[in-house]
Design a binder for this molecule. Structure first.
Ligand code: GDP
Ligand code: CA
Length: 318
């Protein structure tokens, strides 16, 4: 079975662990969000690709959900001693090596997709990890701060400002001119199932869908497209997804996220058992819906979630 997953960082990566356990024989291609990418200290940092790579490759800081385990911060401290920031972005020494290798390869002319493949040769994530595009796309958030409207890089909004200022718009700058990375459209066309994990619907999956050709390829693939809600009981499980949903005019609820994707894209949707009341409304919108436990508290529960998603896919196929 060929499965394609559109993934952001933590939510996508944790779900993928369960999916690998639920379908050990499957051939899994992950299309990763690169809208969160940022240049820091002259280095290209790809937070979501790295979260997937480290999580599946066994290098992730488990409690934190991003960055490397057993990390130290000597380089960051030394940079700060020179007065060189930003200090709000936590790059550890081990993590720095990844960004140095990536930046060096990009400087030598390799596209991001080739660089990602080279980095994965070390981590062996057990999936084929593709960036959504080799072209530069950067999500910016339009905020109102200190009485003026300005656009800030998504990382600045998310990490430095902790999404605490109202967001008026979320713009994937460069997306409209970006091309899907080599292999992306081919993987979608060859898929048996396409899965939207419980990743952020706006700044993770929404950004991937903003690359021209990807949304259309998914809608036209003619295979089940199933998703899992990142919203449980009207709030994101981790993080601040409600803030960016509000910016695009979508209510923070499992049902609203399903209808935001829409029945033109989504065939099946899983909501948590606490949101069982939402099932009828989602089905009325033309999307098959089931309520199952969606908290990824350990590998077993996450594996059960992945199995439910694959079962739902078979149900809509039938
Ligand atoms: P990011 O790029 O690191 O922000 O990660 P993603 O976009 O892949 O996933 C973030 C989303 O994962 C958040 O909106 C959370 O609500 C969701 N999430 C995190 N943990 C869980 C969980 O255990 N269950 C569900 N259903 N969603 C989760
Ligand atoms: Ca992210």
């Amino acid at each position: 079975m060929r499965i394609v997953v559109l993934a952001g960082g933590i939510g996508g990566a944790r779900f993928l662990r369960g999916l690998k356990a639920a379908a050990p024989e499957a051939d899994i291609t992950v299309i990763g969000n690169t809208g969160d990418d940022i240049h820091l200290f002259g280095l290209k940092v790809c937070p979501d690709l790295d979260t997937v790579m480290y999580t599946l490759g066994g290098g992730i800081h488990e409690e934190q959900g991003w960055g490397r385990a057993d990390e130290t911060f000597t380089v960051k401290e030394e940079l700060a001693a020179y007065g060189v920031g930003p200090e709000w972005f936590g790059l550890g020494d081990r993590d720095f090596a990844t960004h140095i290798v990536r930046t060096q390869m990009i400087g030598a002319g390799y596209p991001l997709s080739a660089v990602t493949e080279a980095l994965c040769a070390r981590w062996q994530p057990g999936v084929r990890l593709l960036p959504m595009s080799d072209d530069r796309v950067e999500t910016h958030v339009l905020v109102e701060a200190d009485g003026e409207r300005k656009a800030v890089h998504f990382q600045e909004y998310w990490v430095r400002l902790r999404a605490s200022v109202p967001a008026q718009a979320v713009v994937p700058v460069g997306a409209e001119a970006a091309k899907p990375a080599p292999g992306v459209l081919e993987a979608i066309a060859a898929a048996d199932v396409i899965v939207f994990p419980p990743s952020n619907p706006v700044v993770s999956i929404g950004t991937i869908l903003a690359v021209p050709g990807i949304r259309e390829a998914i809608a036209e693939a003619g295979v089940p497209v199933v998703g899992l809600s990142p919203i449980i009981g009207d709030a994101p499980v981790r993080g601040m997804a409600d803030k960016v949903l509000a910016a695009v005019g979508v209510e923070s609820s499992a049902a609203a996220v399903a209808t935001h994707y829409g029945s033109g894209l989504l065939d099946g949707w899983l909501v948590d058992t606490v949101d069982a009341d939402a099932v009828a409304g989602v089905e009325a919108a033309g999307i098959r819906c089931r309520a199952v436990p969606l908290l990824m508290s350990d590998l077993d529960t996450t594996t059960r979630m992945a199995r439910e998603a694959l079962d739902l896919a078979e149900e809509v196929r039938a």
